[in-house]
Design a protein around this ligand. Structure first.
Ligand SMILES: O=C(O)c1ccccc1NCC(=O)[C@H](O)[C@H](O)COP(=O)(O)O
Length: 260
């Protein structure tokens, strides 16, 4: 069993429980459900830095990163730093996140928010919209092509952007379709947890130019961004590098300042 197999197994149980607690009709009545979303893809296309900053308390690869930051302060700090968007991990068991984190981030900033989750059911896409997200993540490693198509079309019908994440060529070939906005290459090998920017470089030429290219994980300095830009990357998802500090927003601000 890989880490993703375990996460998905737990996620199926969790989603079934959540469906029993909050019916779809209640999600659709959320005041945020009718809010106009903000496009992360557009922000990235028009940015010279392309930073998507993540709220991440812990992870399977690093266990504890930072349990003491307050998500509202982090969201305000990231906005003040001038990031293009914020990613909020909502998985509880493996990442220490929650849908409340998403809601609090929504209440604290006007950035496009990515619900960083292991999506296996339409219900989670409705939750994303109801709790204030603008973007959902779909992970090719845990979905069939049919599921990617169905979930991405459903997200688009709710005016949400879609970021599709791949780890290798096979996942990329399986996934390319017009209902995606951004293609993310995850630099973290989920078997060994090693990170290598070479993954983003190797897959870059296989991603059609109609999609915004995003490089994810293991980005810890501005040299990495300078290295990846010539490969066509316009988005850079950074979690641990900001979250491991006492002030994630300030850390993002200094990072962006040195990029400009
Ligand atoms: O981060 C992990 O350990 C992890 C393990 C298993 C599945 C997903 C995982 N991370 C999710 C992410 O994609 C990252 O949080 C994101 O790309 C930011 O990465 P980093 O800058 O390295 O914190």
């Amino acid at each position: 069993m890989t880490i993703l197999d375990n996460i998905v197994k737990d996620k199926r149980k969790e989603v079934d429980l959540r469906k029993g607690l909050i019916p779809v009709s209640q999600l659709e009545q959320s005041i945020l459900f009718s809010r106009d979303t903000i496009s992360l893809a557009n922000n990235l296309r028009n940015s010279s830095t392309g930073i998507i900053a993540e709220h991440k308390r812990r992870s399977p690869s690093k266990s504890v990163i930072n349990q003491s930051l307050n998500v509202q302060d982090v969201a305000k700090g990231y906005e003040d730093a001038g990031v293009c968007g914020m990613s909020v991990l909502t998985d509880g068991k493996y990442f220490g996140g929650s849908l409340d984190d998403l809601l609090l981030a929504r209440a604290s900033c006007n950035l496009p928010l990515l619900r960083k989750e292991f999506i296996i059911d339409n219900y989670q896409i409705l939750e994303a919209k109801a709790y204030g997200a603008d973007v959902i993540l779909l992970i090719a490693a845990i979905l069939t092509r049919e599921e990617i198509k169905q979930f991405s079309q459903f997200a688009k019908s709710l005016d949400l952007d879609v970021l599709l994440e791949v780890h290798n060529e096979e996942e990329l070939h399986k996934s390319i379709m017009p209902s995606l906005d951004m293609l993310g290459v995850n630099n973290r090998n989920l078997k060994t947890f090693d990170v290598s920017l070479e993954t983003s470089k190797a897959l870059s030429t296989l991603i059609p130019n109609d999609f915004v290219k995003v490089s994810e994980s293991g980005i810890s300095n501005i040299e990495a961004i300078k290295e990846l830009k010539p490969y066509g990357y316009q988005g850079f998802l950074i979690g641990e590098n900001f979250m491991k500090t006492d002030n994630a927003g300030e850390s993002a601000k200094q990072f962006i300042k040195s990029l400009l």
